[in-house]
Write a protein of this length. Structure first.
Length: 201
């Protein structure tokens, strides 16, 4: 009985989120979404919606963990030493997430209406990277905070520039330019490992 209840809960939450995502992508003019509209679109009643979420904002907030934890899991595939040897790996994780993942994630992370979600996701990622720099690279906590903000801000900038269409550059060109700028800054901070010099014969 409990398993059936759990399955119903999962199905309902999936229906709510699917309806929300479809409506957000169709609502680019920013008029917002009401609980009544969303419930009707999901095929449920308002009471059922409120059993799962307190409000539309509460529903939107639930995506912060979804996006941040997905990105963090992808980042953890490589060690900080891997990134120091090739910081392009870090950018590749973001690039892959936002080009292969759902259109919805890219939209909410770059739209003004849902900027509060982007800020919270950015905070989660920055905190994760700061901790990694302190524990794996033994960076000073204050310096790690600056470096983490610098890296994550550049990653988000790549996504926003492409999504906003403010340049005719391709995603690859945007990535390459930001990579040059980012590596230049990280090299100055001593966080780019240089290839070992081979002894002269």
């Amino acid at each position: 009985m409990k398993n059936e209840h759990d399955r119903r809960v999962i199905r309902t939450q999936h229906a709510i989120k699917q309806a929300f995502e479809e409506m957000v992508l169709a609502d680019h003019d920013g008029h917002g979404i009401s609980v009544s509209e969303l419930a009707a679109h999901a095929g449920i009643n308002r009471k059922t919606f409120y059993l799962h979420y307190d409000s539309i904002v509460d529903l939107a907030d639930s995506y912060v963990d979804d996006i941040a934890q997905d990105l963090i899991a992808r980042l953890r595939v490589h060690s900080m030493e891997d990134y120091q040897n090739n910081w392009e790996l870090f950018m590749h994780v973001f690039d892959e997430f936002f080009t292969s993942n759902r259109e919805f994630y890219t939209y909410v992370m770059t739209s003004g209406e849902y900027s509060f979600l982007a800020r919270r996701v950015q905070h989660e990622l920055t905190t994760f990277l700061q901790d990694e720099l302190v524990t794996q690279v033994h960076q000073d906590s204050g310096e790690a905070a600056l470096i983490a903000n610098f890296i994550v801000s550049n990653m988000m900038l790549m996504v926003r520039i492409h999504a906003a269409g403010t340049t005719t550059m391709s995603v690859a060109d945007i990535r390459d330019w930001l990579m040059k700028l980012m590596v230049g800054g990280l090299t100055g901070a001593g966080l780019v490992k240089q290839p070992e010099q081979q002894p002269l014969n």
